[in-house]
Design a protein around this ligand. Structure first.
Ligand code: PEP
Ligand code: MG
Length: 882
């Protein structure tokens, strides 16, 4: 196996199967090779493949002998292109060693820069660069990074030594340290290494290299990388590649710089270059958020009212070259690019390009703009937008007219608005979130160790760091609003106190962030619903043109139905009628029905409910004007409608007109050990047909009263046998005939069933003889197939996902392998009996993109999702079909 592939200097190893192969070369490696081969200035280097990472772990974290020769060949290649030699004191080659997995994992894995420096080569570097200060600064940075990343020594000690060196001289900035100061600092660092590591700092450059390569592979299994993978569904067996590349220096004085750029604005999608750079700095300085970077373009600088010159102004010719590269890269990769570059003494070098992470808003705008410009097709535009990312757009923004108690503002690092309780560390964020509290995570700056807290938080606020700081990048990726670099915050994390603008806030106080403007406000600010026009509307039109399945909504109130319509629902796939029974104006009649001693008593109560249900259905039919509406007859066990607390019994008994003892006794009678498998679903209809009769009558009376008659689809829950469905269909048909006779009018309707028990799926051919549609109730079907209670699963399912027992929570994303088989069986058998049987899904999975892809594959006619998920489902259904 070939484990090393070279790039740059006119060389590009590997054939068509390797070129651009991110699985093998990692994203960074594939694109470095890609940029080099289209003639862009890339420092020469080589990539050690992800297969090597897998082999490294398979062989007890050791390297096969063959790879040593390959790496030596890689180094020789860099030496040949640069004319320098590795470890040569006269003309030393320095390299960077960076990780690069298939997909980017910002800040999760390790990097070592300036590798190849030792006590001898540092002198050579001083001579060859003509800059002793630069050489010693590079050496001290290298020792610091190597000690942290490879030797895993406490980096605090090194930072302290640096601070001490500055204080001794009365300096404020690192840049004030002279060559001699830095030389002394290097000596101090080396002592620190020896004291903590027990051995002197490695002087052999090859040992340095293998140490760094091992550390990068090792970082793949670090805790933070594992957490990131879990949150982002990245498989652990992908591994990372390692990229070794000639160093170029952005810290060689005022004509050198380093920067990060996007070819379009990653927050808004605006077609304008966007980025930050620092003069006389090395790569990590920009991302680490230690120095506040300067703007790339003049326009951005002026808009922000900032003073330090933009790159466009300070380095006009290099900037022009960079802009040309941006255009080439966008046209080549046909997507917005996220770029790292370095300028070494006015020469531009490209260090990385990749498709840029972006907010949902930007993703939409970029996809639509690129399709309209003809760079991609409309189908590609539809495929480019992550359906789940729409969630960000479908959620509220701050009401512009609501009063705001603005405390300060920072950078608008990730859009959206959020309110929550202040917390100062990631663990507390997680703990509060587990208790159902919305939190805002407030940090001086974030690091990869904070990732679980960022995930748990509704929003993130940092005192330091730019738009490309860790906090900003990660928050945008997660869709969390983020305000970064709010410099006026004084954070005392240990004391759990935040001081802003002369005010003092403590843990638990409410804060509101507007990640779109950068404002930070005290208290909670009300929010507004988003508008669904513009790019969103355009993309949805393209998506609708591409999809086969219909998208309906789960809704039981006219308001929800209207929201669903506004979001583009093409009918209702599940109206859960029990929700109507909980309404304050009806619950008493419901309870009277439950408490009645006989059918006669029940009918008296049901007569009171009939006009109420009729009103409900009429309102929903009106909103859905002529679209299909699936109404499910009563499903939950009756005791759910009775009070559970001692304190409620008296009042309820009085309202229902029975003695408290009668009520208690009836409640006790109805108690079940396993309510989910108890007297619920069609089992209620079998024992009390009059309940379903009343509901059916209400549906038909409502339908007949309308000018545009809907086609009600009456759905029987929890059916396991054909006979159950037959009995219930008779009840419905009889009610229909009675109403039609009374009204002198007939309407079309369907009677069908949910498939939510394994038996129903297995016997679907028989059941289809009676039912004319199936709706997969995958919440219950998952519960009954897995034998996992949907109400109790939260306690242990995360462990199951952590341990890889299920790839994802099966109540969120369909267990395609298991539950999916039952759906396939039922669909096939149902169609065999009744070729035109209507098939849909109405469990939560109907709004989950991966599950929707499965529904497309098995040929369902529609998916039904909660109203806010309807656009997500429309886009996911289109992507599944394209
Ligand atoms: C289901 O079981 O998937 C379903 C949609 O019904 P409910 O969630 O009401 O049980
Ligand atoms: Mg169900």
């Amino acid at each position: 196996t070939q484990y090393v592939f070279r790039f740059g200097g006119g060389v590009s190893d590997g054939d068509e199967t390797v070129r651009g192969n991110k699985n093998l070369l990692g994203g960074k490696g594939a694109n470095l090779d890609g940029m080099a081969s289209i003639g862009l200035p890339v420092p020469p280097g080589f990539t050690i493949t992800t297969e090597m990472c897998t082999a490294y772990y398979a062989n007890g974290q050791t390297f096969p002998e063959s790879v040593r020769a390959e790496v030596a060949g890689g180094i020789a290649h860099i030496e040949q292109v640069t004319g320098k030699s590795f470890g040569d004191p006269a003309n030393p080659l320095l390299v960077s060693v960076r990780s690069g997995a298939r997909v980017s994992m910002p800040g999760m894995m390790d990097t070592v820069l300036n590798l190849g420096l030792n006590d001898a080569t540092v002198e050579g570097l001083a001579t060859s660069s003509g800059d002793a200060r630069f050489a010693w600064d590079s050496y001290r940075r290298f020792i610091q990074m190597y000690a942290d990343v490879v030797l895993e020594l406490d980096h605090g000690a090194f930072e302290e030594a640096l601070e001490v060196a500055k204080e001794d001289q009365g300096y404020y900035l690192d840049t004030e340290l002279s060559a001699d100061d830095l030389k002394a600092l290097v000596a101090a660092y080396k002592k620190l290494v020896e004291a903590e590591w027990g051995k002197p700092f490695p002087q052999d450059v090859h040992d340095q290299l293998w140490g760094a390569v091992g550390a990068v592979f090792g970082s793949w299994e670090s805790d933070r990388a594992k957490v990131y993978r879990r949150l982002n569904n990245i498989p652990g067996d992908w591994g990372t590649a390692v990229n070794v590349q000639a160093m170029v220096f952005g810290n060689m004085g005022e004509t050198s710089a380093t920067g990060v750029a996007f070819t379009r604005d990653p927050a808004t999608g605006e077609n304008a270059y966007y980025g930050e750079y620092l003069i006389n700095a090395q790569g990590e300085d920009v991302v680490a958020g230690i120095r506040t970077p300067q703007y790339l373009t003049k326009a951005a600088r002026e808009r922000a009212g900032a003073k330090p010159l933009s790159m466009e102004e300070a380095m006009p010719s290099v900037y022009a070259e960079l802009a040309r590269v941006f255009e080439i890269l966008e046209n080549h990769y046909r997507d917005m690019q996220d770029i790292e570059f370095t300028v070494e003494r006015e020469k531009l070098w490209m260090l990385q390009t990749r498709s840029g992470k972006r907010t949902a808003k930007a993703a939409l705008k970029i996809a639509v703009d690129m399709a309209e410009a003809g760079l991609i097709s409309t189908d590609e535009a539809v495929l480019r937008v992550d359906p789940m990312a729409l969630d960000q757009l479908l959620h509220p923004t701050l009401d512009p007219n609501a009063p705001r108690d603005v405390l300060t503002s920072g950078l608008p690092a990730s859009p959206g608005a959020a309110s929550g309780k202040i917390v100062f560390d990631a663990d507390t964020a997680e703990r509060f979130n587990d208790m159902g509290e919305a939190v805002i995570l407030v940090r001086i700056e974030t690091s990869p160790e904070d990732i679980h807290g960022m995930h748990a938080a509704k929003g993130i606020l940092t005192a330091r760091g730019g738009m490309t700081s860790h906090a900003a990048v990660v928050a945008r990726g997660m869709g969390r609003p983020c305000v970064s670099g709010a410099g006026s915050l004084q954070i005392d994390a240990a004391g759990r106190v935040l001081r802003i603008a002369g005010r003092t806030l403590t843990e638990g106080d409410i804060l509101t962030l507007d990640g779109s403007t950068g404002e930070v406000m005290a208290g909670e600010v009300p929010t507004l619903q988003p508008e669904l026009v513009g790019d969103f509307g355009t993309l949805m039109v393209w998506a609708d043109a591409g999809r086969r399945m219909k998208v309906r909504a789960n809704a039981e109130t006219p308001l929800d139905a209207q929201t669903a319509r506004d979001f583009g629902a093409e009918g209702i796939g599940l109206c859960r009628t029990e929700h109507m029974f909980f309404d304050a104006s009806r619950i008493t009649a419901v309870r009277q029905m439950i408490l009645a001693e006989d059918e006669k008593g029940r009918r008296v109560a049901l007569d009171k409910l009939l006009p109420e249900q009729r009103k409900d259905f009429t309102a929903i039919f009106e909103v859905m004007a002529g679209l299909p509406v699936t109404i499910r007859l009563l499903d939950p066990p009756l005791h759910e409608f009775l009070p559970h607390q001692e304190s409620e019994f008296a009042e309820v008994a009085e309202a229902a007109g029975v003695g408290i003892e009668v009520l208690k006794q009836r409640a006790a009678e109805l108690h079940e050990f396993n309510p989910m498998l108890g007297h619920r679903g069609c089992r209620l209809g079998v024992t009390y047909p009059e309940i379903y009769e009343m509901q059916a009558r209400a549906i038909f009376e409502a339908a007949c009263s309308l000018e545009v008659a809907p086609v009600p689809e009456i759905m029987i829950p929890l059916v396991g046998t054909k006979r159950e469905l037959e009995l219930m269909k008779d009840v419905v048909d009889k009610a229909a005939e009675e109403v039609f006779a009374e009204q002198g009018k007939r309407i079309d309707y369907l009677v069908g069933t949910m498939i939510e028990l394994p038996r129903a799926a297995l016997m679907a051919d028989e059941i289809a003889e009676v039912g004319s549609f199936f709706s997969f109730g995958t919440n219950d079907l998952t519960q009954t197939t897995l034998g996992v209670s949907r109400d109790d699963a939260a306690r242990f399912l995360t462990h199951y996902v952590d341990k890889g027992i299920y790839a994802r929570d099966p109540f969120v994303s369909l267990d395609v392998e298991g539950v999916g088989q039952l759906i396939e069986i039922a669909a096939t058998k149902g169609k065999a009996t009744r070729p035109d049987i209507k098939l849909g899904i109405c469990g939560e999975h109907g709004g989950d993109p991966a599950s929707i892809a499965f529904c497309e594959k098995v040929g369902l006619d529609y998916v039904s999702a909660s109203p806010y998920r309807v656009p997500i489902a429309r886009l996911a259904a289109a992507q599944a079909a394209l």
